[in-house]
Ligand binder design. Structure first.
Ligand code: HEM
Length: 431
């Protein structure tokens, strides 16, 4: 597989018709760190705004994002959902990047072990692993809430259940992170990540094969579907990547964001401790506030009117889940973290036909972690304890505890759009 970064293709260079325009850059380091003011400005300009820098529309209002996500016949995923054409080529055949009948086949197969019913068999294991982990960390008093807390369950559960050979599994987190770095516009972050992505693709096509996979595993079940003629052998590696790519950083960030939000808002943590039945609602509020995936995109198949604005056929529209989640038109006082708000209609897992197929697993893991914490941690304290070696090569977001207190917290875990990179990490930590 060869990945040759080039400039934007003519497909993205379409007239912006009568849309408001803006030269704001949602993918600058500054915006990645703190996108909220920029989102508000874009929302103020209209339902769709033409970004001059990227020659794409930005959909940032709740109303425009939900329209796009629901209408897959106009807002297509088949030409890819990333913000650069190279990645859209590379991920062709992947579940995210398909429409219609091709798309329906895929979630049916990969979604099977991820349904609430199927996940019941993992519930006990996840709960007891979360309890043992939290017990151990709390007894230390200070811990890194990303590498020691948030990373554990997603890596352990997905790593084992997918059934990939042990050899190479330690690279899963690096691959997942770099894959997200390739999702944005073709900038240095994306270019730097392409070689790692090549390594991941090579692994998927050479190791994810019969004989090397754990029998009965999620990946093995994809090969069974090939044998039954339900899926083409050629798309198998892509389907394996469906399990590894989107399942790790997303959930890790969501757990890390949760710890950080509770550290900043101890009164909300208190509410959760008093009534742990609030945890599912709190999880919705965490991912509403800090959507781990900030945006993907869609290609217009035809001219589409959003009230007075026409989005022309062949133009690309960025759908900003993170912005929709903070749209005051939908969520009053949107920047306030409130576990009793009732934020179930957030967009953090998407909406419509491509809504996240792994959300039940993510919620199960988050629920287990926050239940275990609620029973043992009175309050989280943000503690800038320096660099944690584990954070360096994998996900960013060092969190460390405060001596004499239970629990821990450190830097705000600003969401990733898939273009989150080392520069961001350095800035956040003040290196
Ligand atoms: C907190 C954790 C997670 C978040 C925030 C998240 C977010 C998302 C979002 C926003 C989409 C929609 C993409 C679109 O509109 O085009 C999506 C789709 C997807 N997610 Fe997740 N995800 C999470 C966890 C997971 C996990 C644990 C898995 C797998 C085990 C997973 C697998 C997928 C797959 C395969 C799709 C594509 C679905 C389709 O196109 O039909 N995700 N996710």
């Amino acid at each position: 597989m060869t990945i040759v970064p080039t400039q934007a293709s003519p497909a993205t260079q379409v007239a912006h018709a009568n849309a408001p325009i803006s030269d704001l850059d949602p993918y600058s380091d500054e915006a990645l760190i703190e996108p909220w003011a920029m989102y508000q400005e874009l929302q103020g300009l209209g339902l769709a705004v033409w970004l001059t820098r990227y020659q794409m529309f930005a959909l940032t209002r709740y109303d425009s994002v939900i329209r796009a996500l629901k209408d897959a016949s106009a807002f297509s995923s088949a030409s890819g959902v990333m913000m650069n054409d190279e990645m859209n080529q590379v991920l062709r055949g992947n579940t995210l990047c398909s429409d219609g009948a091709d798309h329906q086949r895929s979630p049916r197969i990969i979604g099977k072990p991820l349904s609430p019913t199927a996940l019941k068999s993992l519930q006990e294991e996840i709960t007891s692993k979360a309890e043992r982990l939290v017990e151990r960390l709390v007894s230390k008093g200070t811990f890194c809430a990303i590498t020691e807390l948030a990373t554990f369950l997603p890596m352990d559960i997905v790593g084992t259940a997918v059934g990939l050979p042990q050899d190479g599994r330690e690279r899963m987190l690096v691959w997942a992170a770099q894959m997200f770095n390739c999702f944005g516009p073709l900038n240095d972050r994306a270019r730097g990540a392409f070689p790692v992505l090549r390594e991941m693709m090579h692994y998927a096509s050479s190791q994810a094969v019969r004989g090397k996979l754990k029998p009965g595993s999620w990946a093995d079940a994809i090969l069974d579907a090939v044998d039954r003629g339900e899926v083409d052998q050629a798309v198998c590696p892509m389907m394996m990547i469906d399990y590894v790519g989107p399942s790790l950083d997303t959930t890790i960030y969501a757990i890390g964001n949760g710890v950080w939000l509770f550290a900043k808002h101890p009164e909300e943590w208190q509410k959760v401790r008093e009534s742990p039945s609030r945890i599912p609602a709190a999880i919705n509020e965490i991912v509403r506030m800090e959507a781990p995936v900030q945006s993907f995109s869609r290609l217009l198949t035809r001219d589409y009117d959003m009230e007075e604005i026409t989005l022309p056929a062949r133009s690309r529209a960025i759908v900003c889940y993170g912005a929709a989640n903070r749209d005051e038109r939908k969520f009053p006082d949107p920047h306030r973290f409130d576990v009793t708000r009732g934020s179930a209609e957030h967009m953090a897992f998407g909406w419509g036909p491509h809504m996240c197929v792994g959300q039940h697993l993510a919620k199960l893991e988050m629920n287990a972690i926050f239940c275990a914490l609620a029973a043992r941690v009175e309050r989280f304290h943000i503690h800038h304890a320096g660099r944690c070696s584990g954070c360096e090569s994998t996900v960013s977001g060092l969190l460390a505890g405060d001596h004499g207190h239970q629990g821990a917290g450190h830097e705000p875990f600003t969401p990733t759009t898939g273009v989150l990179g080392p520069a961001w990490r350095r800035r956040k930590r003040g290196w």
